[in-house]
Design a protein around this ligand. Sequence first.
Ligand SMILES: Cc1cc2nc3c(=O)[nH]c(=O)nc-3n(C[C@H](O)[C@H](O)[C@H](O)COP(=O)(O)OP(=O)(O)OC[C@H]3O[C@@H](n4cnc5c(N)ncnc54)[C@H](O)[C@@H]3O)c2cc1C
Length: 579
Amino acid sequence: MSKIKSLIRKNDKSIPIAITSDSKNTDNTSLDMTSKSNTPIEQTRWNGWGNVSINKKVSPHGAKLIKSHIGTTNKLKSVSLQQVLKTVPKSRLPAELTDLNMVSTDQEVRLRHARGQSFPDWIAMHGGDFEVFPDGVAFPESTDDVEQLLKLAQEHDLIVIPFGGGTSVVGHINPQKGSRPVLTIAMSKMDQLIDLDTESQIATFGAGTQGPAVEAQLDEHGYRLGHYPQSWELSTLGGWIAARSSGQQSLGYGRIEQMFAGGTLVTPQGVLNIADIPASSAGPDLREMMMGTEGRAGIFTTVKMRVQSQPEQELFKVAFLPNWAAGKAVLKQAVQSNVRLSMLRLSNAVETDAHLHLGTTPSQFLAISTYLKARGLSSDKVMLTYGVSGDKAQNKLALTQFNKLLKQHGSVTGKLTDIMGNIWAHGRFKFPYLRGTLWEKGIMVDTFETATNWINIDEQMAQMQDAVKTSLADEGEDVMAFTHISHVYKQGASLYTTYFFRAAKDHAATLKRWQKIKKAASLSLANGTATISHQHGVGRDHAPYLVAEKGELGLQVTSDMIKSLDPEQRMNPGVLLEE
Ligand SMILES: Cc1cc2nc3c(=O)[nH]c(=O)nc-3n(C[C@H](O)[C@H](O)[C@H](O)COP(=O)(O)OP(=O)(O)OC[C@H]3O[C@@H](n4cnc5c(N)ncnc54)[C@H](O)[C@@H]3O)c2cc1C
């Protein structure tokens, strides 16, 4: 017990260090959440995640745990930026476009808009085989600019790719080989709050505004959007709407569908203004129809978002429960009985163990494990992270109701777990940086996710994990996999699986391994009761599996709708629907 007390004291002082208080493992910089404009693309990694000045270290015993599952690893060699720049071909854009100030054909600009953040994108960026680059990148500053660009695209028969933050993990923004030149339209200069109607609580933004700039500009007026995907640092309003994103606090603030009220979509057939009316029974909902179009119907230029006052108080906490069944029961009962929490996230036992390893030094791990064991929890224990956001009285009531549920199901909570909640909250946008750190060690990591009804949750989780774990059996390779629930609904929940595997001898062979895993993972979801994606969208990687969810007729309806706005198939063809 004295060890625990000293751990708490140590961590009390060092929460900003997040995952570990061991000086050898400290991360070098904190994220800046206060900037009112977007992060300039030059400040981001050209071949990986996030801001170049930020790194996240992995605890040695966390890496050891992963290797105990997958075996010893070898690092893949990475090419340099200079090497890749030499492979960027001459632009095919006509002079009428290249003469515009808003269009760049600079090789590095084109390279930085050629790939997103999917596993194949990382392989391309590190192996140097980008295959295709956009012929140019436009940086419009207004709806008029976007209209002009689409008009020129039509006149010169160009392919157009709308680009938000480029954080897609499913191949949304990658140009394809073809005879038509490719113009990527990057929305990064449309990053400002344009209007705030405090009476209706509607904020109008440029659609290219990234997460931190959205919140910093609203915060100045005492408002909040509350959309926090893990990619928040770089992803944008337009990308969230176009790919139907979901943030970590979706339980309290809603998914992007609940936040998006309307706006302007510039399509090849003209400008579609979606009125921001609170509710309507006037036929099919255009707002809903345009969400999730993934750049195929047009480009969102300004978007109207439902915002709310800054909460008086926001808290994040952690509890441990004896096993998955107990944790799941708590989640289900809390959401179905309307306990007003802002988030619920339940890690299964393997993920709980991995997080405890990755987030601690060996001595901290031992202390926490001993403490939890003394409180009656075994290796089946699961970690539940939860939060409240609102006025203090409302939060107090929600926590009282939730604590009752936790107790009924044998939870362990206390000062230590409260500290763990703070640590999670402080480090939550830094987790993506771990991917690069693990990559450097030859540990490949990727994720996939779904949602299904409560009645299917356990079977679906087992299928997802089994599928990926056995997918490399023909090569004698082991894959480590674990899962959490991170978004809950009365009807069901999302499941998010993370998996680790070893890099093969080179980039091409490693990509082949990933393709096998991805196919097995996708087939485990294409069963008619789970979605191919709860929050990452369809892109190119999920398009072949969409039919299981929508049916042939459903795909036909979607295709017809898109063609009515883009008859020449100019906008991001091949994304969402295979064509
Ligand atoms: C580390 C990491 C963590 C992630 N975590 C989450 C998460 O927690 N929740 C979640 O929902 N997603 C998550 N994602 C996925 C990704 O961030 C989302 O899909 C996000 O919505 C993409 O936004 P973006 O601005 O980067 O769009 P991009 O990647 O640039 O584009 C995505 C799609 O939207 C289209 N698009 C972009 N802007 C516009 C526009 N203005 N008008 C029309 N179409 C447009 C593009 O053409 C493309 O088809 C994560 C990704 C990474 C890399």
